[in-house]
Design a protein around this ligand. Structure first.
Ligand code: NAD
Length: 331
């Protein structure tokens, strides 16, 4: 049987990506929704043929525990709400996918992991690129040293924040935790980590602000040097003010990389042998199908909560470095 997924929060990502992707999944389908807006509930109900009994709001959320149509709850809310809804979902007896960045900080991630363990439920982070074949090829080339040892990594991710509403949750520290670093930089951090297959030990960062009217609470553009065991340093950056999206790697026997690297439009890659000829896929469909299969087999996802925690430890250290002006250990 296909497992039922309920999306919590029907904003941009649910509407534009996850809902449509769930029309292409083989192991799971959209069985329910949680929304505070009755008009959205009505539109989704029609579009996806969702029965009334599978439609919840934030007051009725915990009643999902009695609904056998819902196996997995997918938290697609502002970052400050990830911890609460992940924990409530697990306590309702459901497996959980939580969107990136996992939470406001590493401490919250640890609490989420502990709560899901205690409830004996699986937790996964919405890291779609681990199921995207160009990014998977980079992991193989880097980690298996197909072109020899990696000697340099440079990666950046960002977009020009074009909103006119400076009360949006992404610009509020209390709701977003931070700015471009939390939202976009998480991909650059991931890119460096999965190219090497190693965990960084220290980081030094600096930031730049050109539009304080938007970014007075959160970071706009951040640059960092991420140090790995043995002293290798990867450079990375994130921004709400530049359209970046690349991962360039140098190895002993040549260069490989991705550009565009991280978006959910097409991903393009190259190696010393020329362009990668790899088909494009719907990242989110692959990601959700994989998690549904993990639930069936009761096995940990390749992107469990622990993977989100590792990135948040790096993010926390980058913020400490921005404050101190010094290199900070990742702990
Ligand atoms: P969004 O603002 O479009 O949607 C957020 C949803 O949360 C809205 O439906 C809103 O009504 C709801 N919500 C409930 N309570 C709220 C409150 N108190 N304040 C504000 N909104 C509230 O945001 P989004 O772009 O859909 O992002 C949601 C999550 O998905 C974020 O964690 C984001 O980082 C993540 N995301 C991931 C990807 C990816 O590629 N994996 C892409 C985009 C967004």
């Amino acid at each position: 049987k296909k497992l039922g997924i309920a999306l919590v929060g029907l904003g941009y990502y649910s509407y534009g990506q996850l809902g449509p992707a769930l029309l292409h999944t083989k192991n799971c389908y959209l069985s329910g929704i949680v929304t505070g807006h009755p008009a959205k509930a009505e539109a989704w109900k029609k579009q996806y043929n969702i029965p009334d009994k599978n439609i919840y709001n934030y007051e009725t959320f915990d009643n999902i525990k009695d609904n056998p149509d819902i196996d997995i709850i997918y938290v697609v809310l502002p970052v400050s709400m990830h911890k609460e809804y992940t924990i409530r979902a697990a306590q309702a007896g459901k497996h959980v996918i939580c969107e990136k960045p996992m939470a406001l900080n590493a401490k919250e991630c640890e609490e989420m992991i502990a709560a899901c363990k205690k409830a004996n439920r699986l937790l996964s982070i919405g890291y779609r690129l681990h199921f995207e074949p160009h990014n998977m090829e980079i992991m193989r080339l880097g980690q298996k040293q197909i072109y020899g040892k990696v000697t340099a990594i440079d990666t950046g991710n960002g977009f020009v924040y074009g909103g006119t509403d400076n009360s949006a949750w992404r610009l509020k520290k209390a709701m977003a935790g931070g700015g471009g670093l939390m939202d976009m930089g998480i991909y650059s951090i991931q890119g460096s980590r999965y190219t090497l297959g190693q965990e960084p030990v220290a980081v030094k960062a600096r930031q730049e602000k050109t539009r304080p009217e938007f970014f007075n609470e959160v970071d706009e553009t951040v640059y960092w040097e991420l140090e790995f065991p043995g002293g290798f340093v990867a450079t990375g950056k994130s921004s709400y003010n530049h359209n970046w999206g690349y991962l360039h790697v140098e190895a002993e026997k040549g260069k490989f990389g991705l550009e565009p690297a991280y978006g959910y439009g097409s991903v393009e890659g190259y190696t010393p042998a020329g362009p990668m000829h790899i088909p494009q896929v719907i990242h989110q469909a692959m990601q959700m199908d994989d998690f549904a299969e993990c639930v069936r087999q009761n096995k940990q996802s390749r992107v469990p909560g622990e993977e989100g925690l590792k990135d948040m430890k790096v993010v926390d250290a980058i913020y400490r470095s921005l404050d101190s002006g010094k290199k900070e250990k990742i702990v």
